[in-house]
Write a protein that binds this ligand. Structure first.
Ligand code: KIV
Length: 274
């Protein structure tokens, strides 16, 4: 088995082999992502959308994330594990932010927390770092800012907004973040930030110049019927395969061909008991 990727190992990949990060929310997503060789697992607050059925991440609580992060932590073996801090768990005070970050790391075994926003988050980032918890930043289309942004829109198109994002990126690095997710950012701006900062940038809808890429598990494999954002490339249609398999089982039950006449636990063990 390959060695586990550590925080220093992650940082050392700046400008080197591209980093691959995928969201994971439970045992099955963790096992599949690691078997495929991803470098980093992100227990993203996107679980609000793809697992819990909300239409934004604002409803996700610390308990929601903890529930899923514990499952990922139990199964992950070698990938770096990063856990999202939900909205309002790092906005009130540095003390409150440290307490919440510590709970995420202590309860799940994660290597780092990720939080959204630029210079206004510096006191929280510094406090969390001073508690020896690595922090990943997240700039651009930050989904927890959906209300002030007025929707999920590419950020940094205007030159003033682009310059502000560059300043935010430098400030985050100065505060000691281990890397920065750039989401929904014009490709040339992501390229500029990537070339100017000394930590890895991980892009999502931000062009090809970042030091790595992240996608939401359910988008990559099409687990839900909603159209994903334009930049997503879907590598499988798991929803269709699942529906097809379940439909065949439904038919077998209805026509009496499943189970085989005398099949019981003793003759065929279900996967859940192995
Ligand atoms: O919550 C999430 O899945 C994320 C990624 C989209 C970067 O933050």
């Amino acid at each position: 088995m390959k060695e586990r990727l550590t925080v220093p190992g992650f940082r050392a990949r700046k400008g080197g082999e591209r980093l691959v990060m995928l969201t994971a929310y439970d045992a099955a997503t963790t096992v599949a992502a690691e078997a495929a060789g991803v470098d980093c697992l992100l227990v993203g607050d996107s679980l609000g959308n793809v697992i819990l059925g909300y239409d934004s991440t604002l409803q996700v609580t610390l308990e929601d994330i903890l529930h899923h992060a514990r499952a990922v932590g139990r199964r992950r073996q070698r990938a770096l594990m990063v856990v999202d801090m939900p909205w309002m768990t790092y906005h009130v005070s540095p003390e409150d932010s440290v307490r919440n970050a510590a709970r995420l790391v202590r309860d799940s075994g994660a290597d780092a927390v990720k939080l959204e926003g630029g210079r206004k988050r510096l006191p929280m980032i510094e406090a969390i770092r001073n508690a020896e918890i690595p922090v990943m930043g997240h700039l651009g289309l930050t989904p927890q800012s959906v209300l002030p942004m007025g929707g999920f829109k590419v950020q940094g198109r205007e030159s003033e907004a682009a310059e502000a994002m560059v300043r935010d990126a430098h400030a985050l690095v100065e505060a000691g973040v281990i890397g920065i997710v750039l989401e929904g950012v014009p490709a040339d701006l992501a390229e500029r930030i990537t070339s100017e900062v000394e930590v890895p940038t991980i892009g999502i809808g931000a062009g090809a110049a970042c030091d790595g890429q992240v996608l939401v598990f359910h988008d990559l494999l099409r687990l839900l019927p909603e159209k994903p954002p334009k930049f997503v490339r879907q590598y499988a249609d798991v929803l269709d395969s699942q529906v097809d398999a379940i439909r065949r089982w439904v038919d077998d039950v209805r026509d009496g061909s499943f189970p085989a006449e005398r099949e019981t636990y003793g003759s065929a063990k279900p996967a859940s008991t192995t």
